[in-house]
Design a protein around this ligand. Sequence first.
Ligand code: ADP
Length: 162
Amino acid sequence: MRRAIFPGSFDPLTLGHLDIIERAVALFDELIISIGQNSSKNYMFPLEKRIEFIEKSTAHFDNVRVAYFEGLTVDFCLEQEAQFLLRGLRNPADFEFEKAIAHTNRTLAHKKIETVFLLTSSGKSFISSSIVREIITHGGEYELLVPEAVRVDVPSASRKLH
Ligand code: ADP
């Protein structure tokens, strides 16, 4: 059984994340989208909402499930008996950052875990959760960058007029 963990904050899930998920389901027998909870981090969306967004957006895949974890990603991988860690690459900056993390995780897992990278489809690489949060905060059209299930109660009055 080839099992992969796709870790992240998913605050919130974006079309960029979904692009990676949709392409990864064909590569693994099981894909666990894993929300890392860091108690010192402030999130825009509570954990329950982030889980709900992902569950609704991936309900049509029978080999995807959602989980959350605290602590080291590598420990969660080993606990779930996942051999692969999936990450998306948007640009060279992601690559530099992810390279160090992948080497570190492989070392910490005593070579039991391989990180697999997928390149974002063109047209989705500019999307990030932080940009989406910024757009939501300022009442912009965040719907353009997120899956259908990610809907936020933003009073229409606070929407900017174009
Ligand atoms: P983290 O805080 O761990 O980066 P994110 O939720 O921001 O959590 O991202 C989770 C994963 O999704 C990371 O591998 C990230 O590179 C990837 N990702 C985020 N946005 C995109 C995108 N637009 N295209 C491809 N991968 C993405």
